[in-house]
Design a binder for this molecule. Sequence first.
Ligand code: ADP
Length: 806
Amino acid sequence: MANDRKGTLQELPLLPLRGQIVFPTMIVPLEVGREKSIKAVDQAMLEERRMVLAMQKDTKVDDPGTGDIYSVGTIVEIKQVVKVPGGTIKVVFEGVSRARIDHYAGEEPFFRVAVEEYDEEQAKSAEVEALMRMVVNQYERYIKASKKVPPEQLVTVVQVEEPGRLADTIVAHLTTLKIEDKQSVLETFDLVKRLERVSDILTGEMEVLELERKINVRVRKQMEKTQREYYLREQIKAIQKELGERDEKGTESEEFRSKIEEAGLPDEVKEKALREVDRLEKMPPMAAEAVVVRNYLEWVTNLPWAKMSDDTIDLKKAEEILENEHYGLKKPKDRILEYLAVRKLVEKMKGPILCLGGPPGVGKTSLAKSVANALGRKFVRISLGGVRDEAEIRGHRRTYVGAMPGRIIQGMRQAGTRNCVFLLDEIDKMSSDFRGDPASALLEVLDPEQNSTFSDHYIESPFDLSNVLFITTANVVWNIPRPLLDRMELINISGYTEDEKVEIAKRHLLPKQRKDHGMTEDTLEVSENVLRSIVREYTREAGVRNLERQIANVCRKAAREIARGDATNVRVTVQNLHNYLGAARFQWGKKAKEDEVGVATGMVYTEVGGDVMPIEVTVLKGKGNLLLTGKLGEVMRESAQAGFSYIRSRAKELGIAEDFHTKYDIHIHVPEGAVPKEGPSAGITMATAVVSALTGRPVKASVAMTGEITLRGRVLPIGGVKEKLLAAHRAGITDIILPKENEKDLEDIPGNIRKKLDIHLAEHMDEVLRLALGEAPLKDEVQEVPPPAATLPAPETQVQGTPPVV
Ligand code: ADP
């Protein structure tokens, strides 16, 4: 029946479709709602149920005109019409064949078109056959890849034998295909071309699929990685939280950032620190590197880059504070106040650094503390004793394991303000070795020209030390490296006299210790006499450090008595003092011994202040060797030899047999053999002891002496006079022999001490001998040297010391 109409035009009602194509042979149910379309369907029902379906070019147009409709469509047969409530109808169409619209025969009340029906060719050429196979294959692959099309569809497609229908079915099943592409397939009447077009479409779709798959895989991988990391991080956080180790990572770096803002870092340092925070954030929190970075940030953010305390230089107040906190020390206090006065007048002083020099326990540290108090500044102290590595001053580079900033930066962190008072203790105890010279690093610290950009290896950025008030201390000034000493203003604090010590104890040490031990004047009574006994019998020192310790001992014992309920208050007397401190350690003021042959008393100045030191000499049978023992230093040995040569050259005048040096060896020993001794100031003492041993004339036990000797017997000046005299006084010496040139130093000796000492000034060894040994015997009384056996040295002094030197 259909064939009759082929080749000729036939008029049929037209139904415009929106976004939908019905291919020939396909059965499709559609809902029809537009009034014009319903009318067209009604008319078709009257005319053998046939009509044309063609697609609108634009789906959004509600009332399309003739130009809005594609000119190729499908002739269909209406299989069923069902009315649906609401005025629409549901129609089931079956596609019959392709048709080209020739012209519109009518537009109202519905479209009516004259169409030419296309007869599908069914004969299969070899080419068509091949194309069919190819398309089926492609479709199969597409289904496998896409997963969107149910595999059963493949079966329906494979069963299609007609080439045109095959192409149509496949295209109809491609749900993702653009509707325009479907229309283009509908418009391709030629079988070969249509199959090729489908093949193209499938290839395109496969490409899209492949791309999708790739993107999918990538996205999934990315997701998996991020998810995995996120999951692990969360786990670490949970573990850390459980261990109480750390708050959220975010808060850590935020904390650092806000600390960096607060710390007022210079721009360059700030930038660097922020960069480190970024780095830290990217690291796993437990990595070794993270620990290093965190440590660095801790240091940088805790340094006082900008923080300063208010500087108040009120000289009156400063004087008051210094006076209240320390007894005596008039000269040092004046020097300090002068120094502060200059500082007040000159805004940024480039002047010298203060150096407090003196024996231990004379209040160097506590003076420096008072300076800080007086200025209202923070105080820090570092000890340089034993520092021998430059890195201890300047720090280690961060690449070192366990690197740290140097002591200067450590001190600054501790101080927390950049205008603190910084005490460099024991600057004379520094040494240098292969690891670099700490003194040169310290030079940079103390040099006002350089210290505004002090560089620490660890911090890496320059730190400004120019507002710091540096004070140094030293026990022995001559041990300070020369270039350092040149930059310092030296304030010498020598030891205290007994009276001064008693005053210090009464005013400062005792009240402080009482307070520390929870006692008052009522519960612990210690009279001045007791304090004097402690000074005399339990301490022998230049400063008051041991004194303070002994007073602390008394307080501790008394506190125990009270706490135990044995007493409510304790009264310490001279008589019961030994209950608190044990037996007296030193016998004070007792005349040392009887006058002796071959023993002379010298006075020395050591790191811990002055002291008296006996020098022993014995004469042995031998060949004129000079034996020196007791750990004597180079200078002291030479000094002994100078004395020896002087005696040889003056033997006759001294009443000694001139050939004594061919028959005897002379052994000089300085007791406390294990303690190193050095310096030329024992020259006259050694010579006196030798003359005494050679002549058999005893040295007066009441005499102590000090002075350098020359080959000609001249007596040269020495240092540390005050310390030496205080020590001699402590030891009960009454006669002192000093070089004449030291007369000027006697001004510093407190009057009460000077009164108690008979001080003789000598220019030549002859005077020394006269004073120490008494008048020389007459020439004809020249004696043979006493028999050596009688004065053999004690065995223990023989084993000590270094090999003999001629
Ligand atoms: P240094 O640093 O010289 O070794 P310190 O400053 O440590 O000595 O002094 C030791 C103790 O003696 C401190 O408790 C200090 O207060 C006290 N002291 C020292 N000299 C005086 C003084 N002149 N007046 C008051 N106390 C003093």
